[in-house]
Write a new protein. Sequence first.
Length: 95
Amino acid sequence: MNVTDQKLLTLKEASEFLPGKVAANTLRRWSTEGIGGIKLKAWRLGRCYFTSREALEEFVCARSASVNGTAATPVKRVDTPSHRAAEAALDDLGV
């Protein structure tokens, strides 16, 4: 999963996509420590952590699969010219 292939969300924004009350600190912990051997994909830029809806979906699928003993549904990767241009711009910035 490439950071420029997705729209990044702060962990606070990402917490709003999940049902119930999941705090941004919980998402940070899931990204750094994981839960049940599964980590949420997140990126740290400066002092802020970011993730994406795709990473949330992948994490939830993987976590559900580990609990239920079923195979996780893979998340489709998006590859478009605008994503490649954004990746190049971030590479130029050293991010």
